[in-house]
Design a protein. Structure first.
Length: 311
């Protein structure tokens, strides 16, 4: 039997956030979350959010539906009266108890000759697919929906990966590492990410694609500053960096030290307004741009050392 809850949307001033959060814990209500009003701002890495501290915050409360919506809303209002109208109910609705409906938001996506799909995708949907890569969304970034990931996958479908050594920086879910392995890349692919969840999530996705845990060596840390990454004694045919424009520039010491003389780079997560800085930094380091792809404002670059130009 489906269980229903009342969901209340509240408006409250920022100075009441702490006391409200504390006192609501002593009631039968469940505080979902409180979010400030924000404005979207542009940065060298794309977009960020600036909190509008002078604007009221929005809080979401939940409680089991036990009588009627009108009765329960009136009871909540009586509880809120202690704040003398400073906290207001702005919306109410009945919602189903959380189940696996969130999976409906993640469906398969076609990228070139490949389909990127969650493990629960209907088999009939995939029966006509030429190639399938399974990725389950989790705490690590990278499901294949973003244009940057898709453009890297398009580049990789145009590249020879068999036997190539790979370094995947900002590996997240492991989608690029796994794609490389499914196309014959050398074991192990080195996958670096700052998020500790990457190790678990990537190994889960390896299993979905019938790949061994040993096929990827996961390195957790900041590849621009951490000694165990900067001192990596390995040289790569292909280096992927899909993070942000500023980070791509910060990774240059690692790239210069670990890229083979005949190696190539795929740099992504770059917004068009920082592209000139990225290109200038890499050209000064001896690389040149072979090709670029763009999805909306996001740019992906394929680079090679200038010594190999025309070869």
């Amino acid at each position: 039997m489906t269980k229903y809850w009342m969901k209340y949307t509240l408006s409250l001033p920022g100075e009441l956030e702490e006391i409200f959060s504390y006192t609501i814990m002593e009631t039968e209500y469940t505080l979902g979350w409180i979010e400030p009003q924000v404005e979207v701002i542009t940065t060298n890495n794309g977009y960020d959010y600036a909190e509008l501290t002078e604007k009221p915050m929005t809080a979401y409360l939940f409680e089991p539906l036990s009588t009627t919506e009108q009765e329960q809303t009136a009871r909540l209002q009586r509880y809120l009266d202690q704040w003398e109208g400073r906290i207001k109910v702005t919306a109410t609705e009945q919602v189903e108890e959380e189940n696996e409906s969130w999976k409906d938001e993640f469906t398969s996506v076609q990228v070139g000759d490949w389909v990127i799909a969650p493990s629960w995708e209907d088999a009939q949907v995939l029966e006509q697919a030429e190639h399938v890569l399974y990725i389950d969304p989790g705490a690590a970034f990278g499901t294949g929906y973003h244009g940057t990931t898709q453009d890297i996958l398009r580049f990789l479908q145009e590249s020879e990966l068999a036997g190539k050594t790979i370094l995947d920086v900002g590996a997240g879910s492991g989608i690029l590492s796994i794609f490389s392995l499914l196309n014959g890349a050398a074991y192990p692919v080195y996958a670096a990410d700052i998020n500790p969840e990457t190790d678990y999530q990537l190994k889960q996705n390896l299993a979905l694609n019938q790949l061994s845990d040993q096929s990827v060596k996961v390195l957790i840390g900041d590849a621009s500053v951490d000694d165990h990454l900067l001192s990596l004694e390995k040289y790569f045919d292909f280096i992927f960096i899909n993070i942000g424009g500023e980070e791509v520039i910060q990774m240059l010491p690692l790239v210069k030290r670990t890229c083979k003389p005949t190696g190539r780079l795929l740099l992504s997560g770059i917004v068009e307004w920082i592209l000139p800085q990225v290109v200038e930094a890499y050209e000064q380091a001896g690389f040149y741009v072979m090709e670029q792809k763009q999805s909306e404002e996001w740019v992906t670059l394929l680079l090679e050392l200038c010594d190999n130009k025309g070869k």
